[in-house]
Design a protein around this ligand. Sequence first.
Ligand code: AFD
Ligand code: MN
Ligand code: MN
Length: 429
Amino acid sequence: MFKAVNLEIINAENEKIKNNLKFDYEYLQKKLEKKNININEIKEKIKNFQVALPTWGVGTGGTRFSRFPGIGEPQNIYEKIEDCAVINDLAGITQKVSPHFPWDNVNDFKELKEFADNFGIGFDVVNSNTFQDNSRDNLSFKYGSLTNSQQSIREKAIQINIEAIESGKKLGSKGLTVWIGDGGNFPGQMSFSNSLDRYVDSMKKIYSSLPKDWLVYLEHKPYEPAFYSTVISDWGTSYICAQELGDQAMCLVDLGHHLPNTNIEMIVSRLIDSKKLGGFHFNDSKFGDDDLDSGSINPYELFLIFNELTIASIKGKIKNIAYMIDQSHNVTDPIESLILSANEIVSNYAKSLLVNYEQLESYQDSNDPIKCMQILKDAFKTDVSPIIEQARLENNNAIDPISVYRSLNYKEKKSKIRKSSQGSSSGIV
Ligand code: AFD
Ligand code: MN
Ligand code: MN
């Protein structure tokens, strides 16, 4: 197998800080022992944790106003996979990439799969894009895709999703995420009722093309690009549609796709109990679908989400939740942002493993909100970085991935090989 980052470099850097880590790990081990927590058991879970990287996330994003490309940006799916492999070699919990079709233009799937295999990279859930025109055929998505009033346009959108499934099958993927930008900008522009009916009809056709061992993930979003109403606006609508479609349809929670102050962790719990929680798009936000780095604004929320996931998995209510990152990096090197995001995600998962749920439930039952809050806060405040770093060390990844990455001058070197893209076009990604 080919390594995107030379293992000798990683080992040499690890060697320099290994002793410090040993000290920190043993100190945390003793602290956790007092609480009857076995640090090694947690570390093993961390070593097996996985979150998928978005192919579109390794390119520099943009806003409505402009895009400022970085140097050495990946220009095609092969180069994107190479960047994802760098992240995975350093951070180690990002073995799979989630492609976006037709953004990711692939001519030879066999060759692409072999290329990815060589880097130890696999393919996660595939995403379909029916929110941009791509109008070779005059069938524009300007007024919607799967819910468009014109049947021919709906058919085109259905076809794009079926093609995404076909592509995913060739790459070894096991799922499709469907997010549509459909909605209205003005009251009265579209019938809420007719458009939802059309969505369900279109999705039924896509659903019938799913292989039996696949899932389809329905992703909701309250606004943008439509600013008055969207067809799949919230988890309730998503749940109703998933229910209507059948067992292979699940709901996907993108952390940025909620109105401000929404209690996302409670939505997660509700979806778990209704057996429809399928996956996540991790990111963070201050105002809307900001697609900022995970845990950069509200890490406690991320922890509280994992708190719901961990208690549910202890109780046997969930398994195989699809974790993906969905971010747009406008001012940072996406590789660095994705490394830090993966680290935040796994760290908050680790913190949730520190919660004594029996104790929490007993305080809940005896109506002791202070103790309940303290149990969660104690776990959240614990610095779990020695566990995460030790897991990385044992998995042959970097104890300190950012500093190893910086020592590589990776983008600098790539800028000499990769041709740079134009700088002035706007666009979310
Ligand atoms: C949207 C959604 C969705 C989609 C993405 C494209 O988050 O997951 O695929 O943007 O960047 O807001
Ligand atoms: Mn998303
Ligand atoms: Mn989004």
